[in-house]
Design a protein around this ligand. Structure first.
Ligand code: 13P
Length: 260
């Protein structure tokens, strides 16, 4: 983590909390997390909770992110929600999460279209990338990272690239909750360097160095400090631990402490 850059702590609540539960949980966080200029806390609730939470939050304290959306702005797409319907409620959008890629079969083309739709609607895309256990075992980690970046950023211009956040989430480290499967600092350091190398090559060294790169995968309050101390890692994308107020608030405190 480079001290002059902003740190992002993102809570991906996944398919948890009813709107009522999400509101109560936000109320608990509001009392414990003070606004900070250096640490941006972003909450990603289910789509159904975005509108009520957008009325409840203090935007100086928290920002909201969509977990998912469809890339067309409107039309006959039963069951879908467009980014243009969400943009009044959220500032960020998580795109390309491995659960969407592998459970819901989202293609690279879908992901590129979603990145473009988010940018078109003035939202900041948080593009998730990361290799599977099999790709890692077969020595294809770098190839997987490069191809997900090249495909996901296919529609992104030189003007827009600096608006994005990249989240490295190795699929094998998500929800593993086992130390043996936790990503090691060396793995994460290698991945963030690959991301920066690719972006530098395509868009120039300046943005390759400055683009925020986050880590996600079984992060909790015990491991957060170690991950945040990796040079080149600008924050964390947190699943399970973000559902536990004590754990999530402790992670935010650790991030703030490392910035002071
Ligand atoms: P866990 O922190 O539960 O492993 O989830 C990580 C994740 O997928 C965040 O997007």
């Amino acid at each position: 983590m480079t001290s002059t850059r902003k740190t992002y702590i993102i809570a991906n609540w996944k398919m948890n909390f009813t709107p009522g539960e999400a509101s109560l949980y936000l109320h608990r966080l509001e009392g414990r997390i003070k606004p900070s200029r250096n640490v941006q806390v972003i909450l990603a609730p289910s789509t159904v909770s975005l509108q009520p939470l957008s009325l409840q939050i203090n935007r100086r304290q928290f920002k909201l992110a969509a977990q998912n959306f469809y890339w067309r702005d409107y039309g006959a797409f039963t069951g879908e929600t467009s980014v243009s319907q969400l943009r009044g409620f959220v500032d960020y959008a998580i795109i390309g999460h491995s659960e969407r890629r592998y459970i819901f079969n989202e293609s690279e083309e879908d992901i590129a279209n979603k990145v473009a739709a988010a940018l078109r609607n003035n939202l900041i895309p948080i593009l998730c990338i990361g290799e599977t256990a099999m790709e890692r075992r077969d020595g294809e980690t770098a190839a997987a990272i490069y191809s997900q970046l090249a495909n996901g950023l296919h529609e992104v211009s030189k003007e827009d690239i600096s608006k994005l956040i990249i989240a490295y989430e190795p699929v094998w480290a998500i929800s593993s909750n086992k130390n043996a499967h936790a990503a090691k600092p060396a793995d994460i350091d290698e991945a963030q360097a690959l991301v920066r190398k690719h972006i530098s090559k395509v868009y120039g060294k300046g943005v390759g160095e400055s683009i925020p790169v986050l880590y996600g995968g079984s992060v909790d309050h015990l491991s957060a400090g170690g991950y945040l101390s990796i040079e080149g890692i600008d924050g964390l994308l947190i699943g399970g631990a973000s559902l536990i107020a004590d754990s999530f608030c402790a992670i935010v405190e650790i991030a703030k402490g490392m910035k002071s």
